[in-house]
Design a protein around this ligand. Structure first.
Ligand code: FAD
Ligand code: MLT
Ligand code: ZN
Length: 508
């Protein structure tokens, strides 16, 4: 490496009050009779249940009942793994009639407890729905089953010189359906925008089992309400996504990255302005990690450490990526930028480390992408993914640390680290509080504290991970009563019996 989201009026009212009544009743548990019905829809290998006749040991369901962080745990007895949209529809129809809750589960990499049951709902895993349906290498439009793993889609389209418009650290496990259901952001949002723009169509099984086929491959379609948008970011509360049509961009001809070591967080914003101006159309990522995040990434073997000289005096780091059409042109721009930054009278950076080959390119990215895994290896992370003004990122991190100190909760006995990293280019800070264990005291100190801080900045309590089970009670910090009331009406229309991912997104 080189250093440098017309009935008669009376009839409707009656129907909805009955439905409201239904939704407030407890959901039913799966019984042996239900299992016998599921066995008419699915082969035995696609049913995992602790109930007879499947009778698997409850440990076999552990992975499905627990989230990635080990913070949320359900008590589901039954995991169903359909292969086709019709099978999904049959299962959902039955669960709706019987009022059995369903949790759609993709790669189970979600970070807000949305993908695991709050009780004993059925887990409907999309893992067996993993076929690419079509790819048009001229338009770049990919149509795939929702259970396709993001990395496998990347690999599928690579020979056609296309890339997925979304990339994230969990790409080896997360599924495209899960990405859409969470409206995941990730590392390429700055360049390619959000899934609300790149998803062209969806196939969705609605909570009554109806198949809503909106799997269009049209770039332009202004025929009425754009229903698919409702399912993007709905976290499985409005239906089960079974197919996705998505626009994939052409692969850049040249990609470069450089990690910049900064003496102070104060330099990040002026640096961002300069980088945007100088790199303009080739800038594809501007990612931030504070010093502690960097140290934890290195400690836990994520990427290759920079030299001691390069990290000396660095309070934080910024990873800049360029993606363009011509290597020489991009390299020249990047070198000019580095020269400009280093030769300034009052340099904003201490050093810049430029990758020289694909291995170094990946290694620099691993330092940033690996922070998530590093904080999980270090302890139990309380994860807040918030949108606040860029100028407040560091104040939020420092303020949270001070707040925990004032409560006597900072130190080896409780919270070990408060770190900040994230997508500066998207105004999205990941505030992680790394504790020895999840405790009610730390929880009470952090919430509503963090949400109040976010609200004071008119920010968002979820920039990209969603609401899940974690933030239902906190939705009010980012959404008005009117917005929440309309979200509840929408939920009521789609899912009057309240079976679809209960306990997620909307407050009781
Ligand atoms: P799951 O975790 O299985 O489910 C997530 C939610 O979507 C749940 O509510 C679930 O019920 C619902 N769901 C899943 N599949 C469907 C479906 N087919 N139909 C309807 N609902 C469904 N997130 C980001 O936004 N940006 C990042 O950069 C990022 N980086 C990450 C890095 C790591 C290491 C990890 C562990 C997670 C990261 N995440 C990130 C969070 C997570 O990976 C994303 O939210 C991802 O999109 C979830 O996909 P999944 O298939 O694992 O979904
Ligand atoms: C990231 O940007 O790394 C992801 O959103 C995951 C995380 O917040 O740790
Ligand atoms: Zn993120």
């Amino acid at each position: 490496m080189l250093s440098l989201s017309r009935f008669a009026a009376r009839g409707l009212a009656l129907r909805s009050s009955r439905a409201l009544h239904a939704a407030s009743q407890p959901l039913n548990s799966v019984t042996e009779q239900d299992l016998a019905h599921f066995a008419k829809i699915l082969p035995p290998s696609s049913i995992l249940s602790t109930l007879p006749p499947s009778s698997v040991a409850s440990e076999e369901l552990h992975l499905y009942n627990s989230d990635w962080m080990g913070k949320y745990r359900g008590t589901s007895t039954t995991v169903l793994k359909p292969k086709t949209t019709e099978q999904v529809s049959e299962i959902v129809k039955w669960c709706n009639e019987r009022r059995i809750g369903i949790v759609p589960q993709g790669g189970n990499t979600g970070l807000v407890g949305g993908s695991v049951p709050v009780g004993d709902e059925v887990i409907l895993s999309l893992a067996n729905m993993s076929k690419v349906r079509s790819f048009d290498s001229v338009s770049g439009i990919l149509v795939a089953d929702a259970g396709c793993i993001l990395q496998s889609l990347t690999d599928y389209i690579a020979p056609h010189n296309h890339i997925m418009p979304i990339d994230l650290g969990a790409k080896g496990s997360c599924q495209i359906g899960g990405n859409v259901a969470t409206n995941a952001g990730g590392l390429r949002l700055l360049r390619y925008g959000s899934l609300h723009g790149t998803v062209l169509g969806l196939e969705v099984v609605l909570p009554d089992g109806t198949i809503l086929d909106q799997l269009t491959t049209l770039r332009k379609d202004n025929t009425g309400y754009d229903l698919k948008q409702l399912f993007i970011g709905a976290e499985g509360t409005l239906g089960i996504i079974t197919g996705v049509s998505i626009l994939t961009p052409p692969a850049p001809q040249a990609s470069n990255n450089v990690i910049l070591a900064l003496p102070s967080f104060k330099n990040v914003l002026p640096l961002y302005e300069i980088v945007k101006r100088q790199l303009s159309e080739i800038l594809s990522a501007f990612e931030y990690i504070d010093r502690t995040s960097y140290d934890l990434a290195v400690k836990h073997g994520q990427g290759r450490a920079l030299s001691e000289e390069d990290v000396e005096g660095a309070e934080c780091f910024v990873l800049v990526e360029t993606s363009g059409g011509k290597r020489e042109h991009d390299e020249e721009k990047l070198n000019n930028l580095l020269e400009f930054l280093l030769e300034a009278d009052e340099p904003l950076i201490n050093t810049g480390v430029l990758s020289q080959n694909p291995a170094q390119f990946s290694s620099l990215w691993a330092l940033r992408e690996g922070v998530t895994e590093a904080v999980s290896k270090e302890g139990k992370p309380y994860k807040y993914d918030i949108s606040v003004p860029l100028s407040s990122f560091q104040d939020v991190v420092d303020g949270t640390r001070e707040h925990l100190k004032s409560k006597g909760l900072y130190g080896d006995h409780a919270v070990k680290y408060v770190v900040g990293y994230g997508h500066v280019g998207d105004g999205n800070l990941h505030l992680n509080v790394v504790a020895n264990s999840y405790t009610p005291e730390i929880q009470a100190a952090l919430e509503p504290y963090v949400y109040e801080v976010v609200a004071s900045h008119r920010g968002s309590i979820s920039a990209e991970h969603g609401v899940g089970a974690m933030k239902t009670h906190a939705l009010k910090y980012s959404k008005s009563d009117v917005s929440i009331a309309w979200m509840k009406k929408i939920k009521q229309i789609f899912d009057p019996r309240g079976i679809m991912n209960p306990g997620k997104v909307l407050p009781e």
